[in-house]
Design a protein around this ligand. Structure first.
Ligand code: GLA
Length: 387
């Protein structure tokens, strides 16, 4: 498995496919999106209060940036063909709302659909790509998620490229989030069209859904690189359908996969435990590491027991011991599996403690449906395995 790991690592660096060069999302985007918790119940008030909470809770300082309104903000097109926001829910339209989000030191994101209508039946961007890109730029939008409902007969690479080109000409840096659920192999063309692309269908707030997405999205690690990321969907942390152990696993696995970290809970009312999880700076640093390599499964000591590893810029490895079983158990990661040789310091990223210096493996007790996440740093004098 280690050889496969090295091959994928090399592929990540030497891949010849050109990457979209809009200078954005050099590390996986971080922010919040309305869909997972609020569905169609979006409003300017919710967005303003969320921006306030993002600043007040410490999330902004932890790196969260984009406040993204998902489906249902739009109701029609005006006579000039411009998208019109729901005037009851967004009085004054989107521009003042974007200004408000910006005034909080945050960035503003919005949603559309590459087809004729959005998933909730609102006007889609098909045939209005240039107009919509210009409109979003005028409003001060910094991030656009483009969905794939009602796109029968259309070709995903073509439609997404059309809107991507329109965004590039719109005169404002805008992160482009492709959302066609992995149905047209976006890991092949996504890197030169957008900054991130969904790899799967929608996440549900359940352990089985989160794990199924992990297994699918991790197959495309070679496509991820600075500016271009696999998107295993938004976070469910804090939405109530999983235990705290499961949410810690969810957050750790998204970080080790270098996934976009888009919170999907109600930031205004979240308990301290949820806030502490979402703002764990040591885990976030793994996600945001500058070399931008997606971690992968490197060891499976027994059924349902896994070791995931992500190489980091300073030569260390982030490692997640994942217990998918329903019984607490011990999991060990060997240096060989993670590509290290010799003494290395181990730091626990959830308890924030130094565990010690080990010579060839690290093992820990892992709760059912839980993780232990560590950073393993070679001690000077020993080095990476030379194989
Ligand atoms: C699709 C997307 C979701 C969300 C909804 C909105 O299902 O995959 O992330 O945007 O549409 O209708």
């Amino acid at each position: 498995m280690y050889a496969r790991f090295l091959t994928l690592l090399c592929l990540a660096f030497v891949s010849s496919a050109p990457t979209l060069d809009n200078g954005l999302a050099r590390t996986p985007p971080m922010g919040w999106n309305s869909w997972n918790h609020f569905h169609c119940n979006v409003s300017a008030q919710l967005i303003r209060e969320t921006a306030d909470a993002m600043a007040a809770s410490g999330m902004r300082d932890a790196g969260y940036q984009y406040v993204v309104i998902d489906d249902c903000w739009q109701v029609a097109r005006d006579r000039a063909g411009r998208l019109v926001a729901d005037s009851a829910r967004f009085p004054g339209g989107m521009k003042p709302l974007a200004d408000y989000v910006h005034s909080k030191g945050l960035k503003f994101g919005i949603y559309t659909d590459a087809g004729r209508r959005t998933c909730q039946g609102r006007p889609g961007t098909y045939g209005s790509e240039e107009m919509d890109a210009r409109t979003f730029a005028e409003w001060g939008v910094d991030y656009v998620k483009e969905d794939w409902c009602n796109s029968e007969g259309l070709e995903a690479p073509t439609q997404y490229a059309k809107f991507g080109d329109a965004l590039a000409k719109a005169g404002r840096p805008i992160v482009f989030s492709i959302c066609e659920w992995g149905s047209n192999q976006p890991w092949d063309w996504g890197p030169h069209t957008g900054n991130l692309w969904r790899t799967t269908g929608d996440i549900g707030d359940r352990w089985a859904s989160m794990i199924a997405i992990l297994d699918l999205s991790s197959q495309h690690g070679h496509a991820a690189r600075p500016g271009a990321w696999n998107d295993p969907d938004m976070l469910e942390v804090g939405n109530g359908g999983m235990t705290d152990d499961e949410y810690r696993a969810h957050f750790s696995l998204w970080a080790i996969m270098a996934a976009p970290l888009m919170a999907g809970n109600d930031l205004r009312t979240m308990p301290a435990a949820t806030r502490d999880m979402l703002t764990n700076k040591e885990v976030i640093a793994v996600d945001q590491d500058s070399i931008g390599v997606q971690g992968m499964l490197v060891q499976e000591p027994a059924q349902d027991l896994q070791v995931w590893s992500k190489p980091l810029a300073d030569g260390s490895r982030a490692v997640v011991l994942l217990n998918r079983s329903a019984l607490q158990t011990v999991i060990a990661a060997s240096w060989r599996a993670i590509g290290l040789l010799g003494s290395a310091r181990v730091r626990d990223l959830w308890t924030h403690t130094d565990v010690g210096v080990m010579t060839d493996r690290f093992s820990a007790t892992v709760s059912a449906h839980g993780v232990v996440m560590v950073r393993i740093t070679p001690v000077t004098g020993s080095g990476e395995e030379d194989e």
